[in-house]
Design a protein around this ligand. Structure first.
Ligand SMILES: [Zn+2]
Length: 121
């Protein structure tokens, strides 16, 4: 098992997006694992992302999944191809289009701070 310290990110209350980079094959992954999902090497390195990227896909959510999210309807769920090269799912402005350049800030949603992407020039 890994003894390496994990970088704090938004899932633990910090205003940061963290991804992992494999020292053996160079693959990047967003969902934290104790191994590389491409080659199986142990202990991929935690790195902090810039929060910059480009919209790969958007889905406007018009029905609340839970009572806590009802106040946010409609909200946009997007896939972002980050500047670092991994893809992540997040919230974003409702008028974002595929290909838009975006930057993350952190916004409250259903009781926690989440990455929220806005269009940049
Ligand atoms: Zn690897």
């Amino acid at each position: 098992m890994s003894e390496r310290k994990q970088l704090a990110d938004w899932t633990t209350g910090a205003e940061a997006i963290v991804y992992q980079s494999c020292a053996r094959c160079g693959s990047l992954q967003y969902f934290r694992r104790s191994f590389c999902s491409a080659c199986g090497a142990a202990d991929p390195l935690d790195k902090r992302a810039s929060g910059e990227g480009r919209v790969y896909a958007t889905t406007l959510v018009c029905r609340a999944a839970t009572p806590e999210t009802r106040a946010h309807i409609p909200y946009n769920i997007i896939l972002v191809d980050t500047a670092e090269g991994f893809r992540m799912m997040a919230h974003g402005d409702n008028d974002l289009c595929i290909g838009d350049k975006v930057k993350a800030r952190f916004a409250p949603f259903a009781g926690r701070l989440i990455p929220y992407f806005e269009k940049t020039k």
